[in-house]
Design a protein around this ligand. Structure first.
Ligand code: PLP
Length: 388
């Protein structure tokens, strides 16, 4: 069959090979320790589930407005004002099928063929692929481990060209777990202020999962002028353990939101109606569930960090946010894919090769799993490295 050219633009997911193998081993009854999941291992809090059930019983089962339920759009705008000091109104919010869909809609509504999008590496796997699907050009800027894998203002300035349309900022970061400090965000913003044609999308999906003294500071709050060029992409998956609900949002300039709504209206239409009422409950209900999960991640972070840093061949900074730990295994002299494949075959531990995020000398472990699995899996990992 002759497939569309655009399919050849996107790379197959390298992580799938590991994931498929891990699942096949599990199905055979093998005891696999998996650190591959990018999702909380908790159930969605009960009051959120109850709100969706009530909405179902109340007949919220029909098509809704493509941009989202007005109550949810208003609740999201209120949250952005309250938590992030971003004075958005409800008509500046588009409810999407997850954070991924919000980013995709943005790319499709903003980019013209040949527009450049600056993406610091390591990056979340889907950013470059989405840019390519929208006929844009991903401009990958490799960051340095000694800078905490964060792009510096100098690097950002050097990557700017006349074709630059968008800069992608992700803090807390997947895969590195790093959080840009308010000072670092301001320094990045200063570069953007010198390039008035450039927009920034801030992917803040992990904003509630941060540790110790780390602070989440949204780049849109730096100045009213920059806010007009800032898009916020976020969702409910990580903070509220709602990965399968598929609810996210895009917030920003009204014209762009209108354009993205038009695009969404001809592709997916509205997000599942009754699910949106669960999301309203998530934002307006008690927030202690978010803190309880954050504390569980914080405890796991301590354990996994101690265990990973006890492996002499690994270097690794303590993550400030999200639920990933990102280790450099370059000293071992093999590709990240080979390392992960052999680890899975020989020790039944599933981790993600850094090449998937643009860094082949690294691996990513998700600690969205129980402490027992973390201890057992890291023991096996240490043993594997010791016998290489
Ligand atoms: C950095 C980042 N952005 C966006 C998403 C998309 O999340 P979802 O589409 O599940 O809301 C993810 C999911 O893993 C992510 O890690």
């Amino acid at each position: 069959m002759q497939l569309a050219d655009r399919i050849d633009l996107v790379s197959p997911s390298l992580t799938l090979a590991i994931d498929a193998k891990a699942k096949a081993l599990r199905a055979e009854g093998v005891d696999v320790c998996s650190f591959s999941a990018g999702e909380p291992d908790f159930d969605t809090p009960i009051h959120i589930r109850e709100a969706a059930k009530t909405a179902l019983d109340q007949g919220k089962t029909r098509y809704g407005p493509a941009a989202g339920e007005p109550t949810l759009r208003a609740a999201i705008a209120e949250k952005l004002n309250r938590d992030n000091q971003l004075p958005f109104t409800a008509d500046q919010v588009l409810v999407t099928n997850g954070g991924k869909h919000s980013l995709y809609n943005l790319m499709m509504a903003l980019l013209s063929a040949g527009d450049e999008v600056i993406i610091p590496s390591p990056y979340w796997v889907s950013y470059p692929e989405m840019v390519k699907l929208a006929q844009g050009v991903p401009v990958i800027v490799p960051t340095e481990e000694r800078h905490g894998y964060k792009i510096t203002p100098e690097q950002l300035a050097a990557a700017m060209t006349e074709r630059t349309k968008l800069f992608v900022l992700n803090s807390p970061s997947n895969p590195t777990g790093m959080v840009y400090s308010p000072e670092e965000v301001r320094a990045i913003a200063a570069v953007l202020m010198e390039h008035p044609q450039v927009h920034v999308v801030s992917d803040e999906i992990y904003e509630k999962i941060i540790y110790d003294d780390a602070v989440h500071f949204s780049i849109g709050a730096v100045s009213p002028e920059l806010l007009t060029r800032t898009f916020i992409s976020s969702g409910f998956a990580k903070a509220y353990a709602m990965t399968g609900w598929r609810i996210g949002y895009l917030a920003g300039d009204r014209d762009l939101i209108k354009a993205a709504t038009k695009f969404q209206g001809h592709s997916t239409s509205n997000v599942c109606t009754f699910a949106q009422f669960g999301a309203v409950a998530a934002l307006t209900g008690p927030q202690d569930c978010v803190e309880t999960m954050r504390q569980a991640f914080a405890e796991r972070r301590e354990v996994i960090y101690q265990m990973i840093t006890s492996i002499p061949q690994f270097t690794c900074a303590k993550p400030d946010g999200a639920f990933y730990i990102f280790a450099n295994m370059g000293a071992l002299g093999m590709t990240s894919l080979e390392f992960c494949q052999r680890l899975l075959e020989q020790k039944q531990v599933a981790i993600i090769p850094g090449v998937a995020f643009g860094r082949d000398d690294t691996v990513r472990l998700s600690y969205a799993t129980d402490l027992e699995t973390i201890r057992r899996g890291c023991d096996r990992l240490r043993d594997f490295v010791a016998h290489l």
